[in-house]
Design a protein around this ligand. Structure first.
Ligand code: GDP
Length: 348
């Protein structure tokens, strides 16, 4: 998401006062009675400074998207990353400053026009003092908005028309190998809270339907019991996005996690996610499934519904995965609301 560039209070004031002075200087050549001219010059300085500062504040407000109008995933994302309440409060402060400066512009414009000419410079200085104090009052809000801009700069770009599949499974089970094998081109890498490697989103298209496969190293690859509230929120944001979960077991256990632990992670994820789950047993090429480890691996295969046995590295079973993904339907939360609405209509 692109947020507008945020100035510091001093940058904002410097620009306003500098432009005020420039506009006033242009009037110096005008022909009019000297007494009147002095007042005009000071009035011009105040009004121009106020307008320049107001324009800049308005630009910040206009170019910042309305959070409530963003898709729920982005609202969650902003909330986890910077806090929606703080964000709104900072924008509220900018709006407040805009209002006060509008008032000062009117108030001091009128005062300078009415006052005797020898008071004009004093009034202009007074106005500048008050403008400066207002702008400095929103210093922490401007700081916050700048921090938000930096934090939200590399936000994931999600295609909300696509069917979204979120990959889960312990580290090294083959998640990113699978992602790169079933999607086109290089996956998009964006920031995601509580993940050092960020989020990876790959895309493919089948029969005019877009699919996006999402991997979040560092989030859906460890026990949920260890997570704090904010990390859980980061996960719930993914839950809002997922039309299905692709849960990957490493049947070879070369990832370093026993199948029992992998199964426990699956159980935890099932508790958090409502989305349907596609089960994959990966690294079948090195799992000795045809040999001594058959019964051991089979025990876990039998615990899951319609699992696919694959080898992501060797490209074995990828077509079957794509077929299963094509059966995934979009989870339409909005449509359910519509149904409720229709019921209400019938009621009357
Ligand atoms: P992630 O941490 O879950 O994303 O796992 P990676 O995709 O990085 O894979 C971890 C390691 O397992 C890498 O060295 C992969 O090459 C390897 N790997 C992934 N899938 C397979 C597979 O099907 N067979 C074999 N033999 N190795 C695999």
């Amino acid at each position: 998401m692109m947020l507008p560039t945020i100035p510091t209070p001093d940058e904002l004031l410097d620009k306003g006062f500098r432009r005020g002075k420039k506009a006033a200087d242009l009037r110096r050549g005008e022909k009019m009675p000297k007494r009147l001219k002095g007042k005009r010059i000071e009035e011009t300085r105040v009004i121009t400074a106020c307008q320049v500062i107001k324009d800049r504040l308005k630009m910040i407000l206009d170019r910042t998207p309305e959070i409530e109008e963003l898709p729920e995933f982005y609202q969650d994302y902003i909330d986890i990353t910077v806090g929606v309440d703080d964000f709104k409060q900072a924008l509220g402060a900018v709006n407040w400053a805009y209002g006060i400066i509008t008032q000062l512009e009117k108030e001091y414009g009128a005062k300078i026009r009415k006052a005797p000419s020898e008071r004009a410079t004093g009034l202009r200085k007074q106005a500048y003092g008050r403008i400066s104090s207002v702008v400095h009052k929103i210093e922490k809000d401007l700081d916050f908005l700048d921090f938000a801009k930096q934090s939200l700069r590399n936000m994931p770009t999600v295609d909300f028309d696509a069917i979204s599949i979120v990959i889960a499974g312990f580290p090294n089970v083959g998640k990113s190998t699978l992602l790169t094998h079933i999607t086109d081109a290089e996956p998009q890498v964006a920031n995601y809270p509580f993940t050092t490697k960020g989020i990876q989103i790959g895309h493919f298209e089948k029969r005019w339907q877009h699919y996006q496969i999402i991997d979040t190293p560092g989030l859906l690859d460890r026990p949920i019991g260890d997570m704090n509230d904010i990390e859980l929120n980061a996960m719930v944001a993914l839950e809002h996005l997922a039309d299905a979960i692709l849960f990957i077991f490493d049947a070879s256990e070369t990832c370093g996690y026993a199948l029992e632990n992998q199964y426990n992670l699956l159980e935890e994820i099932k508790n958090v996610f409502d989305a349907p789950i596609i089960y994959l047993f990966n690294k079948m090429d090195i799992s000795d499934y045809d040999g001594a480890r058959h019964d051991y691996v089979q025990e876990y295969i039998d615990k899951t519904e319609n699992p696919l046995l694959i080898s992501a590295a060797e490209g074995e079973g990828l077509e079957e995965i794509i077929q299963l993904i094509q059966q995934v339907e979009k989870r339409e939360i909005a449509e359910e609301d519509e149904d409720e609405y229709e019921d209400d209509e019938n009621y009357f």
